[in-house]
Each structure stands twice: as structure tokens, then as C-alpha cells.
Design a protein around this ligand. Sequence first.
Ligand SMILES: CC(C)(COP(=O)(O)OP(=O)(O)OC[C@H]1O[C@@H](n2cnc3c(N)ncnc32)[C@H](O)[C@@H]1OP(=O)(O)O)[C@@H](O)C(=O)NCCC(=O)NCCS
Length: 166
Amino acid sequence: MANLNPKHARESEVVTRYLLMPRDVNQHGTAFGGLIMELIDGTASMAASRHSERLVVTASIDSLSFLLPIRVGEHVVLRARVSYTGKSSMEVSVRVEKENPVTREKALATTAYLTFVALDENGKPRAVPPLLCETDEEKHAFERTRERVAARREMRCKHDDFEVCE
Ligand SMILES: CC(C)(COP(=O)(O)OP(=O)(O)OC[C@H]1O[C@@H](n2cnc3c(N)ncnc32)[C@H](O)[C@@H]1OP(=O)(O)O)[C@@H](O)C(=O)NCCC(=O)NCCS
């Protein structure tokens, strides 16, 4: 039986790190954007799977900002949290920090929001547990995200030249 009891984001949070190697950098000596995107997608999908207790697919990468370059030898520290739940979709926010392994100095390097959809055994969207918001701050954040998700959905339908919205 599906467990659709509300769940707090901390229950599914995923924190992981990756050591940036020479093979991972571009001609500027900094991390390939594509590699960081892959790490973000993988980490975020684990948080979405843990929340929904289902297999998930990435429906969209909603925003991605590269704020600082990451260099060889630095640790790429990724923290993924479910920030919103719809019926079958989940928004996951990912903070990527770069960390100097010697001094442990950290800086926010990349931020991203992605949407995942939980699937049933037939590969169809399936309901996910609602996100449990305990504090006033969490409740306000959820409301802000609800507005962001609604605006995004509207934009998707309004400005989609590929005609995926009917
Ligand atoms: C994402 C996918 C499962 C949605 O299927 P669908 O039949 O269009 O589903 P629905 O229209 O019923 O929408 C289901 C949910 O997905 C959301 N959704 C659908 N397309 C979306 C998109 N492009 N971006 C964000 N959310 C989307 C809907 O808003 C809805 O959310 P809700 O249930 O919380 O209200 C389907 O489009 C798909 O399989 N896409 C390919 C995924 C993929 O291959 N990803 C890369 C590898 S993981």
C-alpha cells in the first residue's frame, strides 16, 4: 500500500560530495558545466526518490545558476532537498558548494531547482506524499514555492514553441 503520509524534507535530504579531477575541467581549468549538471540531477533524483519511495524521472530543470567556478582538487558538495510537492511532481532544490579540502573554506558555487515526477509500475505519474512543513518559516517558503511552480507552469504553456501544452 502506498505511504502518502506527509514527510519532512530532512527525511529525504541527500548530501554528497565529489572530488574534482583534471579530467573534469574545461580549457579554463574549471569544472565542466555539464558535469555539475549531471551531479545535480543525480543527487536531486535521489532526494525525490527517497521522498516518494518510487522511481522518478526528471521532468524539467527549472533554474540553474553557476555562481562561482570550481577548480581541480576542490570538493563539490551537493545538498538536495524536496522544496515542494504537487500531486505526482516534486520540486527539488540543490545547493552546490565548493570546499577547499585543506582549509575547509566553503563558498556557494551553483544553485538549481528541478522538477521530478514519481512513476508507478506502469510508468505513469503517481501520487507522492505531501511535504510536511512544521515551522512558520517552512510554511511561508512552501507558499512562495507554490507561486513559483504555478508561474512556471503558466509560462510553460504560454511560451512553449514546441506545442507540448494543450
Ligand atoms: C514527466 C512525465 C512523466 C509527465 O508525464 P505526463 O503524462 O505529461 O503527466 P501529467 O501531464 O499527468 O503530469 C504529471 C505531473 O508532472 C508535471 N509535469 C509534466 N510535465 C512537466 C514538465 N515539463 N515540467 C515540470 N513538470 C511537469 C505536471 O505538472 C504534473 O504535476 P502534478 O501531478 O504534481 O500536478 C513525462 O512527460 C515523461 O516521462 N517525460 C520524460 C522524462 C524523462 O525521460 N526524463 C529524463 C530522464 S530521467
